[in-house]
Design a protein around this ligand. Structure first.
Ligand SMILES: Cc1cc2nc3c(=O)[nH]c(=O)nc-3n(C[C@H](O)[C@H](O)[C@H](O)COP(=O)(O)OP(=O)(O)OC[C@H]3O[C@@H](n4cnc5c(N)ncnc54)[C@H](O)[C@@H]3O)c2cc1C
Length: 462
């Protein structure tokens, strides 16, 4: 019997197995260090396809991986020998401009999402690299340049359509399957395959005052101190972040800076561009940068700014932590440690929180985002596989260096496999973690969805 027959005549999507010509391409995910060979990739066009794929997997006891944009650092969205339920073909968009809401297929990337919503000058806090999927990011992290004004991504979630492990298609919202809705906001892919997200949309752009400023690394300490003090007084409209990175060896960087250690600011004012120019002037006028590209620009261009530094297929390992304070000693320690990375792609990004991020009622969701002023993401990236071990070890060491100033919580998406289950539990806190286990018992008692930052059911499936 062919796989297509086994899946049923209702399966409308594409099935790709190891003997098919598109297999090598289809099994790849963003992280080039992940090399897994699934038995089948089921590219699903809607909830019925997902139901069929889940039934097929259940009958054959296949491991299930679920994929949106394929950005999982730990490679959870692919597997060896099992089935990949790929939601990428689901790209429908339905926007109600009057009500400022929209329904979006789970397979959209943030680039596609932003392009559709910005046609109406609307947005939701989205990932900082355009090829990240809306699905994985919304379900378990949700940080982006707009979080100080719009909150974390799932703060704007109104409802989701989900196919559960048992193959039921449910809508989850504050009024319908409210417990599942609570779990989807931060609990990751533990409870089902999301096929559609409904968001509340916020007026942003289409033109914002924004850009990038690049200084020599020698200025990093003074620049970050200035930025820290500036952000302590900034209004919610001010977004962006500080980066320790290598200046790209590109013609738009002055020759002296090309390929050199640098300190950068991404600045963004999510309001009137003229007001933005006035408000951001102290950051723009500070010091003697190599490069200053700050002007009114499309919000979609801001979202694309980090794309060239994150090419698909690069080796990738990430760490993130919330910081309860950013004293001078933390700044100096971080700059010193980042100087020890070897790959020119590796960098560290420091993001100011506060504003809408801080005001959200976290009891309405599984995600536990502490009310702290800063958050760092440390991105170890390499093209040369020989650098993998050095960069990974470096990222782990950086995390230890930052310990005195961090809280023991991270957005689940940034908890890597090697950190162990204790880190996940600590990030949710005991009470929320127990609530998540109860939800897992209800919606996925056999742990069908195990390839994720896994919340195991209370009784391990035998
Ligand atoms: C270069 C890069 C930049 C990033 N930038 C940011 C950032 O700015 N802000 C931020 O918050 N995070 C960021 N991340 C982390 C990102 O949020 C996570 O990696 C996230 O999982 C990516 O979502 P995805 O759909 O692309 O992932 P995938 O790899 O496709 O999926 C990851 C996991 O999400 C779950 N999942 C995916 N699709 C579905 C679905 N349809 N239904 C149910 N579960 C599903 C599954 O458990 C899956 O294992 C970044 C990651 C990378 C690699």
């Amino acid at each position: 019997m062919s796989i297509q027959t086994a899946l049923g005549s209702k399966f409308a999507g594409e099935l790709i197995g190891p003997d098919d010509p598109g297999y090598e391409q289809a099994r790849r995910i963003f992280n080039g260090a992940i090399d897994k060979r699934p038995a089948l990739i089921a590219r699903c066009t809607g909830p019925e396809d997902v139901q069929a794929a889940l039934a097929y997997a259940r009958e054959r006891e296949l491991v299930v991986a679920v994929r949106g944009g394929g950005h999982s650092a730990s490679g959870y969205s692919c597997c060896d020998d099992g089935i990949v339920i790929d939601t990428a073909p689901m790209k429908h968009v339905q926007i109600d401009v009057e009500r400022r809401t929209g329904r979006f297929g789970a397979g959209l990337t943030w680039g596609e999402f932003d392009a559709a919503t910005q046609e109406h000058g609307l947005a939701v806090t989205g990932g900082r690299v355009t090829h990240t999927g809306i699905a994985g990011l919304t379900l378990a992290s949700g940080s982006g340049w707009l979080e100080r004004i719009c909150g974390i991504t799932c703060d704007s979630l109104i409802s989701a359509q989900v196919v559960t492990a048992a193959g039921r298609v449910l809508r989850a919202s504050a009024d319908e399957n409210a417990d599942l809705f609570w779990g989807l906001k931060g609990g990751g892919g533990n409870f089902g395959v999301v096929t559609e997200f409904e968001f509340r949309l916020h007026p942003v752009g289409p033109i914002v005052y924004a850009g990038m400023i690049l200084h020599p690394r020698a200025a990093a300490g003074a620049l970050l101190r200035f930025y820290r003090d500036f952000m302590a007084e900034a209004s919610d409209e001010v977004g962006g972040g500080f980066s320790l990175l290598t200046a790209p060896p590109e013609p738009f960087v002055p020759e002296e800076g090309r390929g050199q250690p640098a300190a950068g600011l991404i600045v963004l004012y999510a309001g009137d561009p003229q007001e933005g120019e006035r408000v951001l002037a102290p950051l723009v006028e500070w010091g003697e940068p190599w490069l200053k590209m700050v002007q009114p620009m499309p919000y979609t261009a801001v979202q694309q700014m980090l794309d060239p530094a994150h090419p698909w297929g690069i080796g990738y390992y990430a760490k993130a932590d919330y910081m309860h304070e950013l004293p001078d000693e933390a700044i100096d320690a971080m700059i010193d440690k980042v100087g020890q990375a070897a790959s020119p792609f590796t960098g560290m990004h420091l993001v100011p929180l506060g504003g809408a991020f801080a005001r959200a009622d976290r009891s309405t969701m599984a995600l536990e985002a502490p009310n702290v002023p800063w958050y760092y993401m440390c991105m170890a990236l390499w093209m040369d596989p020989d650098q993998a071990e050095h960069e990974t070890t470096w990222a782990r060491a950086l995390m230890q260096t930052m310990r005195p100033w961090t809280v023991d919580k991270a957005p689940p998406n940034f908890i890597s496999k090697d950190e162990g289950p204790g880190r996940l539990r600590a990030s949710y806190g005991d009470e929320k973690f127990e609530q998540l286990v109860a939800l897992k018992d209800k919606f996925d008692p056999d742990n069908v969805f195990s390839l994720n930052q896994n919340v195991p059911p209370s009784i391990t499936p035998g």
